[in-house]
Ligand binder design. Structure first.
Ligand SMILES: *Cc1c(COP(=O)(O)O)cnc(C)c1O
Length: 392
């Protein structure tokens, strides 16, 4: 099926589907074989070569969604990130990354890169000029994440990609928080787009997967390492992910809408001191977000005023769950101070702008009035301290 002129939901539903020629079923058949007859081709079909029928079909869908020539599906977001980075880096090379990164990516760099002889520099903030200043003759890759976790900072994708172009180095972005529904970085000149498909692509908190989308030339390099590292995904999960992506457009757009309404409402709330959401006019990078995003996403953070205890607040929520993961159809919250940033000292957290009252909110598809009511009753319950908080 030609992909070029199709709209988002049509791509989500149809691109890459495998025709069931045997029984004329409505959905792609699932091929679980790990063994295929030799064809007269260079590379045989094998799951770890990322070329089973279901892998190839879903890759076409993801490539179409990201306006890329090629895509590949991995066993996790971290498998996609580590494989993509290491495909373009070797001993003696240097990489420049944004400091505000997903924790797993930060740990991959700080715990593993030294032993591979790969040098790295983290950039505080998201100013493109700071990236340019950090580039050395040995720099091969620059890497960003926007919107970022947990403060939803925005990096100017076009300005960043241009700097990489000028220096002839590979630009990469973790596009997980936006999803392909809200942001297509290749349109702004980014080379390699990475997703934790565990999040919006899966969307139901029941699939662990990753994806990379880029040019055919860059993909050849990534594939050559990927087949050695072996981070492919089971075809059964590939098939489930195809099914999930069919509704990604309508899910994410519903999440955008809910998040927009909640961000406005929370920013008027007397017990909330600040809301971090790129869709709000007072977000410092709202104008950049407007230029590069189709929608502002379902992720936000907000700060409870001092008198509202964050952990008691979370325990008092009845509908919204406390959960580490994000981007499911169900709304979830977490406290960065108690989870992702727990190992930092209070001083380090303060420096990064992570306060004790900060709540990261992954907005789901529930009715927005029910979400407001849940937050309101939780705040009331905390105010009337002594009322036993229900536990999940
Ligand atoms: C979850 C996440 C990852 C890691 O993905 P896994 O599927 O858990 O390996 C990477 N980047 C971002 C922004 C994430 O939210």
């Amino acid at each position: 099926m030609k992909t070029q002129k199709k709209g988002l939901n049509t791509i989500c539903t149809h691109v890459g589907e495998i025709e069931d020629t045997l029984f004329k079923g409505a959905v792609s058949p699932l091929f679980m074989s790990t063994s295929y007859a030799f064809e007269d081709v260079e590379i045989k079909r094998y799951p770890r070569y990322f070329n089973t029928p279901n892998q190839v079909a879903l890759s076409q869908k993801i490539a179409a969604l990201e306006h890329a020539e090629a895509a590949m599906i991995f066993g996790s977001g971290m498998a996609a990130i580590s494989t993509a980075l290491l495909s373009f880096l070797q001993a003696g090379d240097h990489v420049v990354l944004q400091q505000m990164l997903y924790g797993g990516t930060y740990h991959l760099i700080t715990e593993q890169f030294e032993k591979f002889g790969i040098e790295y520099t983290f950039i505080d903030g998201s100013d493109p000029a700071a990236f340019a200043d950090a580039i050395k003759p040995t720099t091969r890759v620059v890497y960003i994440e926007t919107p970022s976790n947990p403060l939803l900072t925005i990096t100017d994708i076009k300005a960043f990609a241009e700097i990489a172009r000028e220096h002839g180095i590979v630009s990469m972005i973790d596009n997980t928080f936006a999803s392909p529904v809200n942001q297509n970085p290749i349109d702004f000149g980014i080379d390699v787009v990475i997703h934790s498909a565990t999040k919006y692509m899966g969307g139901h908190s029941d699939i662990l997967a990753g994806a990379v989308a880029c040019s055919a030339e860059h993909m050849e390099r990534i594939f050559n390492l990927a087949k050695n590292l072996g981070g492919s995904l089971s075809d059964y999960t590939v098939w489930l992910l195809e099914r999930s992506i069919k509704t990604m457009g309508i899910r994410v757009r519903a999440q955008n809408e809910n998040a927009g309404k909640l961000a406005e409402w929370l920013s008027q709330h007397p017990d909330i001191s600040h809301v971090y959401y790129p869709g709000l006019k007072d977000h410092p990078d709202h104008e950049i977000a407007k230029r590069q995003m189709h929608g502002f996403g379902g992720m936000m953070s907000f700060e409870l005023r001092e008198q509202i205890d964050a952990s008691l607040f979370q325990k008092s929520l009845k509908l919204i769950k406390s959960s580490m993961s994000l981007a499911g159809v169900e709304s979830t919250v977490l406290s960065p101070t108690q989870t992702s940033h727990a190992l930092l000292t209070a001083e380090e957290r303060e420096k990064q702008g992570i306060r004790d009252g900060l709540i990261r909110f992954s907005v789901g598809i529930e009715e927005v009035e029910d979400l407001k009511e849940d937050i309101e009753q939780a705040i009331l319950a905390v105010r009337k301290k002594g009322v036993a908080a229900p536990s999940h």
